[in-house]
Write a protein that binds this ligand. Structure first.
Ligand SMILES: *Cc1c(COP(=O)(O)O)cnc(C)c1O
Length: 402
């Protein structure tokens, strides 16, 4: 169809760069061949850099991110273990539900959708209950555009003298905004291929600390396909316990090269700059964010509340049918009242302006009173200033990472 590309303004799957797509177009190869480790061993080493996890290791599973959620739990905990979790969006809710279904004794703190991990509540529970074996946190709640303070979770755990394992969902944050597995004392860090790593869906990565590897030895939860043991035995030699998705591994090689060529710090700065422009655009349209306070603002996804009486699902439908744009819909609790613009992965200023322009038209068509062009203009203004500042001083934090 000579209509130009379908625009993917969702927070995953994200756009796959052409170079990555080409890199995946390979003849099938023998995953037990002598040269296979030449591809895989550097991938493990380089993924550790992305997780900022020097002393632990990283596993790769042929599954979506949800598989690595399960791998993290089933490899390190025991049935009946008490764990501390919080729920404030679709993804934090789903992980809590998985923990319950796997037989953990879940203390779940519910917060309003639009807030993040409640540090004071965590501090209180950890002080009161010394039996807590796992503390869980969703770094970036993709349903509401909320980023939480993981270093803060670690501080609270240390202050309480907790020796629990720290589990973090970094699916829509890793490779896009700062993440420091080792410095933050994260024991299990989950991510998926289709977000910041700019790959198709279908692979998950799990960053594991030395402490979690130790806990694995005494954990008795049933596991097989996701077992660390089988992975350890084969990964060390550059192989897998079963057939890995080899084209995906070639894509990963390429996407890691792209991230390192740009430089992770620059990647984080770019995500902050793009997100800030989108937020200013949304503000200029007179709309509010689902994130309830600037401390929660996510640099990878913006969730926008539609005005009273305007159906967010209708905004998404119009965007899709009239303007070839996919926006993220509101999930469960915020269905109909929130739509989302994803701005992570292979993305630049003009793509964000296109997202705002398309959102403005879709909103207006759905009955919202918005001034066409106001959001785009505010973002343009910001992007011009931030780009000029960056050229003047590439090390500046203007338009840079927080
Ligand atoms: C995308 C995502 C997941 C994983 O979802 P899958 O569909 O299993 O890949 C988990 N958590 C968050 C925060 C996400 O954004």
């Amino acid at each position: 169809m000579p209509n130009g590309p379908m625009h993917l303004f969702i927070p995953g799957p994200t756009n796959v760069p052409d170079a990555v797509r080409r890199a995946m177009n390979v003849p099938m190869q023998d995953h037990r061949a002598p040269d296979f480790p030449e591809l895989t061993l550097p991938l493990f080493a380089d993924l550790k850099k992305v997780f900022a996890n020097e002393t632990g290791r990283v596993f790769m599973y042929p599954s979506s991110g949800t598989g690595a959620w399960e791998a993290a739990i089933s490899n390190t905990l025991n049935r009946g273990d008490r764990v501390l979790m919080s729920r404030f969006g679709q993804f934090s809710q789903l992980w809590a539900s998985m923990a319950q279904r796997l037989g953990l004794d879940v203390i779940c703190v519910d917060r309003e959708w639009g807030e993040g991990v409640p540090l004071e509540d965590y501090a209180r529970h950890l002080a009161e209950d010394k039996t807590i074996k796992g503390v869980f946190a969703c770094h970036n709640e993709t349903a509401t555009g909320v980023t939480s303070d993981i270093a803060g979770v670690r501080r609270v755990m240390d202050a309480a003298g907790s020796d629990a394992l720290l589990f973090v969902d970094a699916v829509s944050s890793l490779g896009s905004i700062p993440f420091e597995q080792q410095a933050w004392g994260v024991d299990l860090a989950v991510t998926g291929s289709q977000k910041g790593l700019m790959l198709p869906p279908g692979m998950s990565m799990l960053g594991v600390s030395a402490k979690a590897l130790e806990a694995h030895k005494s954990s008795t939860m049933p596991r097989c396909y996701f077992s660390f043991e089988d992975m350890l035995r084969t990964n060390d030699l550059g192989y897998f316990p079963y057939t890995p998705p080899t084209p995906m591994l070639h894509g990963l090689r390429c996407s890691l090269d792209l991230l390192f060529d740009e430089g992770l710090l620059r990647v984080f700065q770019r995500h902050h700059r793009l997100a800030e422009g989108v937020r200013r655009g949304v503000g200029a349209l007179g709309l509010s964010l689902c994130a309830l306070d600037p401390q929660w603002y996510s640099d990878t996804v913006t969730a926008i509340r539609t005005p009273e009486g305007v159906d967010a699902a209708e905004v998404c439908r119009i965007g899709f049918h009239r303007y070839r744009s996919s926006f993220g819909g509101g999930l469960s609790k915020v269905a109909g009242t929130v739509f989302r613009i994803g701005h992570l992965g292979d993305l630049n200023e003009v793509m964000c302006l296109a997202a705002l322009a398309s959102a403005e038209m879709s909103l207006a068509d759905a009955g919202a009173k918005v001034e066409l062009g106001a959001g785009v203009a505010a973002a343009q203004d910001y992007y011009r200033g931030a780009t000029a500042a960056l050229e003047a001083d590439p090390g500046s934090s203007e338009g840079g990472a927080r």
